[in-house]
Write a protein that binds this ligand. Structure first.
Ligand SMILES: Nc1ncnc2c1ncn2[C@@H]1O[C@H](COP(=O)(O)OP(=O)(O)O)[C@@H](O)[C@H]1O
Ligand SMILES: [Mg+2]
Length: 344
């Protein structure tokens, strides 16, 4: 794929500006005909299969739904013969960037997953699988959540499976082991995406060697969501864990069933969000709830240990019943879970 420098004008119409996302060949561009801002995705040529290179654009056009990215145009660049798809620009960007490290907050995650599930369900209802559900393929713009990147979407065979595909961070264990994709493997990938939305991290640490990551995915050796995100209620973590079950039959039957279970587990619960404070180990903010105002629970580093302090955000006063607690780093998730549980 040749490099397209910002400023390049495609077919006298699309003026490329900056690159969007961390990988791929997607650019923010100015559409000179409509005087609007759009996203232009340049497609890798598919060797010997020119008809397949339009598949993504055709699926986006056919499936049109309020939870799937729309398509404005699909064409060939006269100068390079590269095919491209033009879609509406989603200004918030992708969930991978948005949720990195801190996650999206509890209620927001349940909402985003519900919308993403509706988009994926639309694909399943057409007899297809997405096969690459991951945070980088969920675009968010305020209230709007759109499933994107139908580049690997495939029609299911009579036995409701397709060839294997996926990205390591979110691929189901049976697919990582060479098995076929199914509705259940899309459920798993949405579960791994929800794990990331809650915690800002993947079920297997990206800090491990890739071969080790793959081994852990294949054997179901995943991290505990509540160790990374102690503000997630146990009932919610149980739902996410079920979506990530090793055995496909042990997962939810559909992405909708998973999203509904997540919404029920969050119902009536206080909203919590990880927040970043300089030099603190891990901090969470609880939204106003019932008669209580907003609270901050911070794990401050003090010498070799950690002190957990819970304060009312407005008055800075200590939260009643939550004395400052000294803990060792390895006990931090347990203590944070206890304090957040008591304040939920
Ligand atoms: N319409 C869009 N609006 C905003 N950002 C987009 C849009 N389409 C893609 N992107 C960004 O580009 C990235 C890659 O796009 P994607 O379609 O997933 O291509 P790839 O096949 O290379 O993964 C996304 O993760 C997102 O950050
Ligand atoms: Mg993508």
């Amino acid at each position: 794929m040749p490099t397209f420098a910002p400023g390049t004008v495609i077919n006298d119409r699309y003026e490329l500006r900056s690159k969007l996302g961390s990988d791929g060949h997607v650019y923010e561009a100015h559409d000179r005909h409509f005087d609007s801002t759009v996203a232009v995705k340049l497609l890798d040529p598919v060797a010997g299969e020119s008809s397949r290179s339009w598949d993504e654009a055709r699926r986006l056009e056919k499936l049109s739904s309020r939870c799937l990215l729309g398509v404005l145009n699909a064409d060939i660049d006269n100068a390079s013969d590269i095919r491209f798809i033009v879609t509406p620009l989603v200004t918030g960007g992708d969930m991978e960037t948005m949720a990195k490290n801190l996650g999206l907050g509890l209620h927001n995650t349940a909402r985003v997953i519900r919308h993403a599930a509706a988009g994926i369900d639309r694909i399943h209802a057409e007899g297809m699988l997405h096969r690459d559900i991951k945070p980088g393929n969920v675009l968010i713009d305020g209230d709007t959540v759109l499933v994107s990147d139908l580049g690997y979407c495939a029609i299911m065979d009579a036995d409701c499976t397709t060839d294997a595909n996926g990205t390591w961070q979110t691929v189901a264990p049976e697919v990582a082991s060479g098995g076929r994709c199914s509705i259940s493997s899309d459920v798993y990938s949405l579960g791994a995406t929800a794990f990331y939305a809650f915690s800002g991290e993947y079920p297997v640490s990206l800090r491990l060697q890739l071969t080790e990551q793959i081994e852990r995915i294949k054997s179901g050796d995943l991290r505990e969501l509540r160790d990374l995100a102690p503000h997630v209620p146990q009932s919610v973590a149980t739902v996410v864990r079920k979506s990530l079950a090793m055995v496909p039959q042990d997962r939810y039957d559909s992405v909708e069933a998973f999203a509904n279970a997540l919404a029920s587990a969050m119902d009536g619960r206080r909203d919590w969000q990880k927040v970043a404070h300089d030099a603190h180990a891990l901090c969470v903010a609880g939204a106003p709830f019932k008669t209580q105002g907003k609270v901050l629970v911070c794990a401050e580093r003090r010498g070799t240990g950690i002190t957990i302090i819970a304060r009312h955000e407005s008055s800075k006063r200590r939260v009643k019943g939550c004395a400052d607690t000294n803990v060792q780093l390895n006990r931090l998730p347990v203590e944070l879970r206890r304090i957040v549980g008591a304040l939920s």
